[in-house]
Design a protein around this ligand. Structure first.
Ligand SMILES: [Zn+2]
Length: 410
């Protein structure tokens, strides 16, 4: 038997964007998918296939997979576990290959959310029908989400997960929807579940008690010890509902550098773009990275007090657990303090040419330059903030995809 692996499923483009008061444009979500691919995330939960304003974005990103721009990452959609949602998803996003189907499993939600509409038995029936219909449509991988799993009766959670496996699901997502688990409780619960059902388990933690990262690795440890693969759900910069989800970079650091934690991490994962993705997400969300954020905060490698500064200068290992170079830090940020030409919604061709010359992008002819300029104008309208170099490069490289992403017709 091969050694079980810990994979990462990032949910920034789903849990992150459904969060109150924060949002991303479709272009920003696309850039995040590209960055998540670079960092070696197994799957990006890239949106809601039944939500109409996402249709063009979702289809365009699936084209990016076909064109090789998203080389190894899977793009997965989030749906309610109903046949109606599955049918609608395939109507709007016919090429979607990976889905997570979600339904509540706790007594609290069954009684106080469904209010008699569904009981324990009908929840299992509805979930199984949804899984089977998704398979019929050709879904390649299916995760079944037990919403509020952490408050679900353990016997019922085992029964539900076994039923998901029997219906053809590939994974079960254990959702600590309210963030009430502790590393001790989640370890015990995932151990029971994984040993009883023998199905790969996703771990979806929330940070209401400040335990999202700790719970994620404790749950992952239980799963791999029971011999099944596990998939930790993360968000860039710890975004997500209320107090957020498990922070992507912190989870990777915890698995790699945490004491006594076996290194089961997916070998594709690399931190070398950690700094870049965190910085971009912060800009896109308009939310600063806290100064004390693990790995990517401004103070993560800063030392001032006498003993610490002296120690760090003598040997970094005196006061640094890991190297800043590993996270892609160390290069100075260069800011133009003289004349700066920018390109945006009211730009003309001369300024546009100046900006793209600096990016060393050459256009075939005037027509192509004019076409990209027009898309850049729309991109700026779409993002409502100055475009970054990587976005400008993306638009020049994938103009047809960009056009599709910017198109919404309510
Ligand atoms: Zn969540």
């Amino acid at each position: 038997m091969s050694k079980p692996t810990i994979y990462l499923v990032d949910v920034t483009n789903r849990d992150g964007v459904q969060t109150s008061r924060i949002c991303l444009s479709k272009l920003e979500k696309t850039m995040l998918n590209i960055y998540l691919n670079e960092i070696g995330v197994f799957q990006s939960e890239f949106g809601f296939p039944v939500t109409r304003h996402e249709t063009n974005y979702l289809n365009a990103n699936l084209e990016l997979v076909e064109q090789g721009a998203l080389s190894s990452i899977r793009l997965g959609g989030w749906l309610r576990a109903t046949t109606e949602d599955v049918s609608t998803a395939y109507k709007f996003v016919p090429k979607i290959k990976h889905l997570n189907l979600s339904i509540s499993t706790s007594d609290q939600m069954i009684m106080h959310k469904f209010k008699g509409k569904l009981d324990h038995a009908s929840i299992i029936k509805e979930m199984q029908e949804a899984v089977k219909l998704a398979r019929k449509h050709g879904t390649e991988s299916i995760g079944v989400n037990a919403e509020d799993a952490s408050r679900t009766n353990m016997d019922y959670l085992v029964e539900f997960s076994g039923a998901a496996k029997n219906a053809g699901a590939d994974r079960v997502r254990y959702c600590d929807t309210l963030g009430c688990d502790t590393p001790f409780s989640i370890y015990e619960r995932i151990k029971v579940l994984a040993e009883a059902v023998k199905i790969p388990i996703e771990i979806h933690s929330h940070n209401d008690l400040g335990l999202a990262v700790a719970n994620s690795i404790a749950g992952a440890k239980a799963a791999v010890e029971a011999g099944v693969d596990t998939y930790i759900n993360t968000c860039v910069n710890g975004m997500g509902e209320r107090a957020g989800n498990a922070d992507l970079v912190s989870v990777i650091l915890a698995i790699k550098y945490g004491s006594g934690f076996p290194n089961y991490l997916d070998s594709k994962v690399s931190l070398k773009t950690a700094w870049k993705i965190s910085k971009y997400a912060s800009y896109a969300f308009g939310i600063p990275v806290p100064i004390n954020q693990p790995g990517v905060g401004a103070n993560a490698f800063a030392h001032e007090s006498g003993i610490h500064a002296d120690g760090a200068l003598k040997d970094r290992r005196n006061y640094e657990l890991y190297d800043y170079e590993e996270l892609g830090r160390g290069e100075p940020d260069i800011i133009e303090t003289g004349r700066k030409i920018t390109v945006g919604e009211y730009s003309g061709i001369k300024g546009f040419r100046n900006v793209y010359d600096k990016l060393e992008i050459i256009f075939k002819n005037e027509l192509e330059a004019a076409e990209i300029l027009e898309l850049v104008r729309y991109a700026n309208v779409h993002n409502q903030k100055p475009l970054v170099d990587e976005e400008l490069k993306f638009i020049a490289k994938y103009p047809d995809i960009a056009r599709k992403i910017f198109t919404m017709s309510p």
